[in-house]
Design a protein around this ligand. Structure first.
Ligand code: ADP
Length: 160
Protein backbone atom coordinates (compact mmCIF):
# COMPACT_ATOMS: atom_id res chain seq x y z
CA UNK A 1 0.00 0.00 0.00
CA UNK A 2 1.43 3.36 -1.06
CA UNK A 3 1.06 5.92 1.72
CA UNK A 4 1.60 9.67 1.24
CA UNK A 5 1.77 12.42 3.83
CA UNK A 6 0.37 15.94 3.35
CA UNK A 7 2.04 17.96 6.13
CA UNK A 8 1.21 21.52 7.11
CA UNK A 9 -0.03 23.90 9.76
CA UNK A 10 -3.62 24.04 8.42
CA UNK A 11 -4.29 27.12 10.57
CA UNK A 12 -7.04 26.91 9.29
CA UNK A 13 -7.51 24.51 6.38
CA UNK A 14 -8.45 26.24 3.09
CA UNK A 15 -9.85 25.14 -0.27
CA UNK A 16 -6.24 25.25 -1.52
CA UNK A 17 -5.14 22.62 1.00
CA UNK A 18 -8.20 20.46 0.31
CA UNK A 19 -7.56 20.49 -3.42
CA UNK A 20 -4.01 19.15 -2.87
CA UNK A 21 -5.21 16.55 -0.32
CA UNK A 22 -7.95 15.26 -2.64
CA UNK A 23 -5.64 15.09 -5.65
CA UNK A 24 -3.04 13.25 -3.55
CA UNK A 25 -5.72 10.73 -2.54
CA UNK A 26 -6.26 9.93 -6.21
CA UNK A 27 -2.56 9.17 -6.67
CA UNK A 28 -1.92 7.13 -3.51
CA UNK A 29 -3.71 4.33 -1.62
CA UNK A 30 -3.78 6.30 1.62
CA UNK A 31 -3.09 9.92 2.53
CA UNK A 32 -2.24 11.11 6.03
CA UNK A 33 -2.96 14.80 6.58
CA UNK A 34 -0.39 15.65 9.21
CA UNK A 35 -1.01 18.69 11.38
CA UNK A 36 2.48 19.75 12.39
CA UNK A 37 2.71 20.99 15.93
CA UNK A 38 5.46 23.57 15.62
CA UNK A 39 5.77 25.41 18.92
CA UNK A 40 7.69 28.33 17.34
CA UNK A 41 4.76 29.18 15.07
CA UNK A 42 1.96 31.23 16.66
CA UNK A 43 -1.30 29.75 15.50
CA UNK A 44 -4.86 31.07 15.72
CA UNK A 45 -6.20 27.55 16.34
CA UNK A 46 -4.83 24.87 18.67
CA UNK A 47 -3.76 21.54 17.16
CA UNK A 48 -6.99 19.92 18.37
CA UNK A 49 -9.06 22.70 16.84
CA UNK A 50 -7.19 22.44 13.52
CA UNK A 51 -7.87 18.70 13.50
CA UNK A 52 -11.57 19.30 14.23
CA UNK A 53 -11.79 21.79 11.34
CA UNK A 54 -10.11 19.27 8.99
CA UNK A 55 -12.51 16.54 10.12
CA UNK A 56 -15.47 18.75 9.22
CA UNK A 57 -14.10 19.10 5.66
CA UNK A 58 -12.79 15.61 4.90
CA UNK A 59 -14.91 12.52 4.45
CA UNK A 60 -12.92 9.85 2.65
CA UNK A 61 -11.89 6.40 3.86
CA UNK A 62 -8.53 6.96 2.10
CA UNK A 63 -7.67 10.07 4.13
CA UNK A 64 -6.54 10.04 7.76
CA UNK A 65 -5.75 13.00 9.99
CA UNK A 66 -2.95 12.91 12.53
CA UNK A 67 -0.60 15.26 14.35
CA UNK A 68 3.14 15.21 15.02
CA UNK A 69 5.67 17.51 16.63
CA UNK A 70 8.93 15.79 15.65
CA UNK A 71 10.96 15.41 12.48
CA UNK A 72 8.69 14.72 9.50
CA UNK A 73 10.92 11.98 8.03
CA UNK A 74 10.84 10.05 11.32
CA UNK A 75 7.05 10.04 11.14
CA UNK A 76 7.20 9.00 7.48
CA UNK A 77 9.58 6.14 8.31
CA UNK A 78 7.39 4.92 11.18
CA UNK A 79 4.30 4.90 8.94
CA UNK A 80 6.07 3.35 5.93
CA UNK A 81 5.13 6.37 3.79
CA UNK A 82 6.67 6.63 0.31
CA UNK A 83 5.94 10.29 -0.40
CA UNK A 84 5.45 13.75 1.04
CA UNK A 85 2.96 15.70 -1.07
CA UNK A 86 3.18 19.49 -1.13
CA UNK A 87 1.27 22.14 -3.00
CA UNK A 88 3.19 24.75 -4.97
CA UNK A 89 1.48 28.09 -5.40
CA UNK A 90 4.01 30.38 -6.99
CA UNK A 91 7.72 30.73 -7.50
CA UNK A 92 7.80 32.14 -3.96
CA UNK A 93 6.97 28.67 -2.50
CA UNK A 94 9.62 26.93 -4.57
CA UNK A 95 12.88 27.93 -2.87
CA UNK A 96 11.79 26.86 0.61
CA UNK A 97 10.03 23.71 -0.57
CA UNK A 98 13.02 22.67 -2.69
CA UNK A 99 15.33 23.01 0.32
CA UNK A 100 12.94 21.00 2.51
CA UNK A 101 12.67 18.27 -0.12
CA UNK A 102 16.48 17.99 -0.39
CA UNK A 103 16.92 17.88 3.38
CA UNK A 104 14.22 15.24 3.79
CA UNK A 105 15.76 13.15 1.00
CA UNK A 106 19.18 13.29 2.63
CA UNK A 107 17.72 12.33 6.02
CA UNK A 108 15.67 9.45 4.60
CA UNK A 109 16.58 8.33 1.09
CA UNK A 110 13.40 6.33 0.56
CA UNK A 111 11.06 9.31 0.76
CA UNK A 112 10.08 11.28 -2.34
CA UNK A 113 8.61 14.76 -2.28
CA UNK A 114 5.86 15.16 -4.84
CA UNK A 115 4.84 18.69 -5.83
CA UNK A 116 1.36 19.35 -7.12
CA UNK A 117 0.74 22.75 -8.69
CA UNK A 118 -2.01 24.78 -7.08
CA UNK A 119 -5.13 25.37 -9.12
CA UNK A 120 -5.18 28.81 -10.75
CA UNK A 121 -7.93 30.08 -8.46
CA UNK A 122 -6.00 28.97 -5.34
CA UNK A 123 -2.67 30.51 -6.31
CA UNK A 124 -3.13 33.46 -3.96
CA UNK A 125 -4.85 31.53 -1.19
CA UNK A 126 -3.17 30.96 2.18
CA UNK A 127 -4.32 30.45 5.75
CA UNK A 128 -2.82 33.83 6.68
CA UNK A 129 -4.81 35.54 3.93
CA UNK A 130 -8.04 33.91 5.17
CA UNK A 131 -7.34 35.07 8.76
CA UNK A 132 -6.50 38.58 7.61
CA UNK A 133 -9.63 38.96 5.44
CA UNK A 134 -11.72 37.60 8.31
CA UNK A 135 -10.17 39.91 10.90
CA UNK A 136 -11.08 42.85 8.67
CA UNK A 137 -14.70 41.65 8.46
CA UNK A 138 -14.35 40.32 4.90
CA UNK A 139 -16.32 37.35 3.56
CA UNK A 140 -14.15 34.23 3.70
CA UNK A 141 -16.73 31.88 2.13
CA UNK A 142 -15.00 31.77 -1.29
CA UNK A 143 -11.83 30.45 0.37
CA UNK A 144 -12.83 27.75 2.86
CA UNK A 145 -15.54 25.04 2.94
CA UNK A 146 -18.98 26.21 4.13
CA UNK A 147 -18.78 23.80 7.09
CA UNK A 148 -16.06 25.83 8.81
CA UNK A 149 -16.85 29.45 7.85
CA UNK A 150 -18.63 30.09 11.15
CA UNK A 151 -15.82 28.54 13.26
CA UNK A 152 -13.27 30.82 11.60
CA UNK A 153 -15.50 33.89 11.89
CA UNK A 154 -15.98 33.23 15.60
CA UNK A 155 -12.23 33.03 16.17
CA UNK A 156 -10.84 35.63 13.79
CA UNK A 157 -13.38 38.41 13.19
CA UNK A 158 -12.09 41.63 14.67
CA UNK A 159 -8.87 39.94 15.84
CA UNK A 160 -6.50 42.68 14.72
P1 ADP B 1 0.22 27.95 4.57
O1 ADP B 1 1.40 28.02 3.64
O2 ADP B 1 -1.07 28.47 3.97
O3 ADP B 1 0.46 28.40 5.97
P2 ADP B 1 0.52 25.20 5.36
O4 ADP B 1 1.82 25.31 6.05
O5 ADP B 1 -0.59 24.65 6.18
O6 ADP B 1 -0.08 26.44 4.68
O7 ADP B 1 0.70 24.36 4.02
C1 ADP B 1 0.59 22.99 3.89
C2 ADP B 1 0.76 22.61 2.45
O8 ADP B 1 -0.34 23.10 1.68
C3 ADP B 1 2.00 23.17 1.76
O9 ADP B 1 2.49 22.20 0.87
C4 ADP B 1 1.49 24.35 0.99
O10 ADP B 1 2.28 24.62 -0.12
C5 ADP B 1 0.13 23.82 0.58
N1 ADP B 1 -0.79 24.89 0.28
C6 ADP B 1 -1.16 25.90 1.10
N2 ADP B 1 -2.04 26.71 0.49
C7 ADP B 1 -2.22 26.19 -0.75
C8 ADP B 1 -3.01 26.59 -1.91
N3 ADP B 1 -3.74 27.70 -1.90
N4 ADP B 1 -2.95 25.82 -3.02
C9 ADP B 1 -2.18 24.71 -3.04
N5 ADP B 1 -1.41 24.30 -2.02
C10 ADP B 1 -1.43 25.03 -0.89
Amino acid sequence: MKIAICPGSFDPVTLGHLDIIERASELFDKVIVLVMNNSTKRCAFSVDERIELLKKCIDSPKIEIDTYSGLLVNYAKAKGAVAIVKGLRAVSDFDYEFQQALINKSLFGKIETVFLTAKGENMFLSSSMVKEVCSLDGDISPFVPKAIVEDINLRCKGEK
